[in-house]
Ligand binder design. Sequence first.
Ligand SMILES: [Zn+2]
Length: 190
Amino acid sequence: MIGLDVLAVGYLVRDADGELLEAHSTSTLIRTGDSSIVVDTSSRFMRPALKSSFRDLGVYPKDVDTVVLTHSHQDHTGNLDLFPNAEVYVQAGGDDLGADVNVIEGDMQLCSGVRLVRTPGHTPDSMSVFVEADRAYVVAGDAVPTEDNYRKMVPPRICADREAAMESINSIANFADIIVPGHGFPFMTR
Ligand SMILES: [Zn+2]
């Protein structure tokens, strides 16, 4: 049985003109029975929140065997060093993280029920994690930065390719009962 827990609920702070002042990603733990997978590690600022969630769940960060980074922006990768024993997966085309990572190109079945899916648009290296658990979940990173992007069907504000971004949102929408956005709480799609 696969279970998901949100370790830290990320958020964005904008000024009156919509200029981004702060960004902290949501971080999610997926447990499959024999694997503990963290999707996005959030920002340095969220480190205490992350650690206290691990304590509450009775999981040690050193026992996390896999980290998936939905893309290479700092607000998603800031606590990568908390997971020294994890295999790290990133999609090709992102920034150099100065760490030992597995660079994949395209989709990949990580384990039974957990699939890495390329969802470009926000950045060329954006990917999402499609999970078949009690429901169909997508941990979307900034392919769906906020619930608002989904409800209004608008691409991320920071967007390398709007057309690709809309295709990615649609493929996520087709699969997901529940989306974990890049920033904010999980939400139901229907
Ligand atoms: Zn980003």
